[in-house]
Design a protein around this ligand. Structure first.
Ligand code: FAD
Length: 518
C-alpha cells in the first residue's frame, strides 16, 4: 500500500491549486491526487469557472506564482460589464442598451481563464513538484481514521489501496464527504444554469455603428470583459477564451425563466434570439462545442474541516452563485486555511475558528444573490447594487485576502468589530436591494455608467496593491467608515431609483467620504 501525507480526491481547480500551495509551503510533503478523468483535459469545452475577479486573480498570479502562465496562455479581463434593455427587444444596435462597465481597465489585473489549459498546466506543475497524479481513477471507498485514512480506488481495472495522514475532498459537485458523511446543508437559493461554448469570438465591439459608443472604450475591446446581458430573473454571460472560443451561459431564477424553455440548445438559442436578438444573430450557424444544464447550483455543507484530519475544498463544500464569479475566490480562501491547518501547528481551536470565518464570508456573499434575481433587469437598482457590492468586496473581503492576514487568529480577533460592523451594513443594504425584486425591466436608454470614473474604486484598488499588511487592521477600520458613509448615499440613490429619477453621476459616489487611506 502506498502511503502519503496528503491524499487529494479530485484534480480539478481546487485540488490542483491546493497541491501547488502545499508544495510551495512544504516541498517535502508526499501528495497524491486522484482524478476520475484522464489528462490532458480538453481546452475550451471543459468546465465553467472561466472569469476571475480580484481575489482569484491575486491567488493564482501571486500566491501560486502563475502570473507568467496567466499572461501568456490566457486573456486579460476588462472587468464586469452589464447591459440592460427595456421592454422592447433591441435588434439593430448595442448602443441602445444601457451599459454599466469601465471605459478603461481599473488597477489589479484579472483574467479570463481557459479551464482545461489551466488544469493541464497545474497538473504538469504538480507532477514536476513531486506529487503523484493518479488519473483515470475513481475513489470507491474511504475509511476515515485519524492519522491513517484508507482510500480504495479503481485505477483502470485494478483496485488499489492508499493511506494518508490528511485526506482532502476536492471532488467538485459530487461532494464525496458531503454525501458520505451526511454533511449537506440546504441553501435556499434554487436557481439553475445552462451553458455552452462556441468556436471563435463573439465580436461584441462590432455590434454598434455609433461612433460615440465606440469612443467610450478606446483602449481595450469590450469583448475582453465578462459581458452580462441582464433581464428580470436572469443574466446571460459571454466570456472570451484564449483557445479561440467563447463561453456562453444563462443563469436564472426559475420563477422568471422556465427551465423547459432553455434546457436544450435549440430552445436556448430560440430564447436568446428572442430576448437579445444581437446575440442570437451572432450565434446563428454556429454549432455548440458542448451543452450543460445544472439545476440548483447553490450547495452548502455543515462542516468542511475536521481536526480528525479530513477536509473539503472547492465545490465539494460550498458554492453560492456565479454572478460576480466568486467560485475561485472561495477556493483561494479555503486552500489558504487548509495550507495552514495541514502545514502549520494548528490546534483544534484553529479548525473551529477558520471554519467560522469561512462560513461568515460565504453567508455574506450568498446574501448578494439570494432573493435578488427579480431585480437583475433593473438598470438603476443594478448600478447602485454593483457599486455597493464592489466596494464591500474590495474594502473587506479582498483586503483580508490581499493582506494575507485572514489566517492570523490574533489579527482576526483584533478586526472582529470592523468585520461585524461591515457585515451588518452589508446585510442592511442587501435587504433594501431585495425590495426591488419585482421591479421588472428598466433600461434601453443608451446610457453609460462608467466604473472607471469613480475615484473611490481607484482608491480601494490602489490600497489592495500598495497597502502594507501592517496597516491592514487600520485599513479595515477605515473601510468600515467608508461603507457606513457610502451606505447612507446609496439609500438616497435607492430613493431616486424608486421614484424613477435620474441617478447622479457615478463620479460623485463616495466623494463626500474621507476615503483616502493615507
Ligand atoms: C454556471 C456557473 C458558472 C461559474 N462561473 C464561474 C466563474 O466565472 N468564475 C469562477 O471563479 N467560478 C465560477 N463558477 C464556479 C466554479 O465553476 C467552481 O467553483 C470550480 O470549478 C470548482 O472547482 P473544483 O475543483 O471544486 O471542482 P471541479 O473543477 O469540478 O473538480 C472536481 C474534480 O474531481 C473529480 N472527481 C469527482 N469525483 C471523483 C471521484 N469519485 N474519484 C476521482 N475523481 C473525482 C472530477 O473529475 C473533477 O475533475 C461557476 C459555477 C457555475 C455553476
Amino acid at each position: 500500500m502506498s502511503t502519503y501525507d496528503v491524499c487529494i480526491l479530485g484534480a480539478g481547480l481546487a485540488g490542483l491549486t491546493l497541491a501547488r500551495q502545499l508544495h510551495m509551503r512544504r516541498p517535502d510533503l508526499a501528495i497524491a491526487l486522484i482524478e476520475h478523468r484522464r489528462f490532458p483535459m480538453p481546452e475550451a469545452a471543459h468546465k465553467v469557472g472561466e472569469s476571475t475577479v480580484e481575489i482569484a486573480a491575486h491567488y493564482l498570479s501571486q500566491v501560486l506564482d502563475l502570473e507568467d502562465h496567466l499572461k501568456e496562455q490566457h486573456l486579460p479581463k476588462f472587468g464586469l460589464r452589464l447591459f440592460f434593455r427595456g421592454n422592447q427587444a433591441i435588434t439593430d444596435d448595442l448602443a441602445r442598451y444601457d451599459e454599466l462597465g469601465g471605459s478603461r481597465v481599473l488597477p489589479v489585473p484579472t483574467y479570463q481563464v481557459d479551464r482545461g489549459r489551466l488544469e493541464n498546466h497545474l497538473a504538469r506543475c504538480a507532477q514536476g513538484a513531486g506529487a503523484t497524479l493518479i488519473d483515470g481513477a475513481t475513489l470507491r471507498d474511504l475509511s476515515l481514521n485519524k492519522g491513517n485514512h484508507l482510500l480504495t480506488i479503481r485505477d483502470g481495472s485494478v483496485e488499489k489501496q492508499l493511506s494518508a495522514r490528511h485526506v482532502v475532498d476536492a471532488s467538485g459537485r459530487r461532494g464525496w464527504l458531503r454525501q458520505q458523511c451526511g454533511l449537506k446543508r440546504t441553501i435556499r437559493h434554487p436557481n439553475h444554469a445552462v451553458w455552452f461554448r462556441v468556436q471563435g469570438s463573439l465580436e461584441v465591439d462590432a455590434w454598434s455603428k455609433s461612433a460615440a459608443w465606440q469612443d467610450r472604450c478606446m483602449q481595450t475591446p469590450r469583448r475582453l470583459s465578462t459581458n452580462h446581458f441582464n433581464g428580470p430573473g436572469y443574466w446571460l454571460w459571454l466570456i472570451p477564451l484564449a483557445s479561440d472560443a467563447t463561453s456562453v451561459g444563462l443563469v436564472f431564477d426559475p420563477r422568471y425563466v422556465e427551465l423547459d424553455k432553455v434546457n436544450q440548445y435549440p430552445r436556448l438559442q430560440e430564447w436568446i434570439a428572442c430576448e437579445h436578438p444581437l446575440i442570437g444573430a451572432a450565434l446563428e450557424g454556429r454549432q455548440p462545442m458542448d451543452f450543460h444544464v445544472l439545476r440548483d447550483y447553490a450547495v452548502g455543507a455543515r462542516q468542511i474541516w475536521s481536526e480528525e484530519g479530513w477536509s473539503i475544498t472547492g465545490d465539494a463544500g460550498l458554492f453560492s452563485d456565479p454572478f460576480y464569479s466568486p467560485g475561485t475566490d472561495f477556493i483561494a480562501f479555503a486552500n489558504g486555511y487548509l495550507t495552514e491547518l495541514i502545514c502549520g501547528d494548528s490546534d483544534a481551536a484553529a479548525y473551529t475558528e477558520y471554519q467560522r470565518h469561512f462560513f461568515a464570508f460565504f453567508s455574506n456573499t450568498l446574501s448578494l444573490y439570494r432573493g435578488q434575481y427579480g431585480a437583475f433587469g433593473n438598470r438603476d437598482l443594478m448600478v447602485i447594487k454593483t457599486c455597493w457590492d464592489f466596494i464591500y468586496y474590495w474594502a473587506v473581503l479582498s483586503k483580508l485576502f490581499f493582506s494575507g492576514c485572514y489566517t492570523d487568529q490574533a489579527f482576526m480577533n483584533q478586526v472582529q468589530a470592523s468585520l461585524f460592523g461591515a457585515a451588518a451594513l452589508n446585510s442592511g443594504m442587501q435587504r433594501r436591494f431585495r425590495q426591488f425584486a419585482n421591479s421588472g425591466r428598466v433600461g434601453g436608454a443608451g446610457g453609460f455608467y462608467d466604473y472607471h470614473a469613480v475615484p473611490l474604486f481607484h482608491e480601494l484598488k490602489k490600497n489592495l496593491l500598495q497597502g502594507d499588511p501592517q496597516d491592514a487592521a487600520a485599513d479595515l477600520q477605515r473601510s468600515l467608515k467608508i461603507l457606513s458613509g457610502v451606505s447612507k448615499e446609496m439609500i438616497g440613490l435607492l430613493t431616486c431609483a424608486q421614484d424613477g429619477l435620474a441617478l447622479p453621476d457615478l463620479a460623485d459616489l463616495g466623494a463626500r467620504q474621507a476615503f483616502q487611506f493615507r
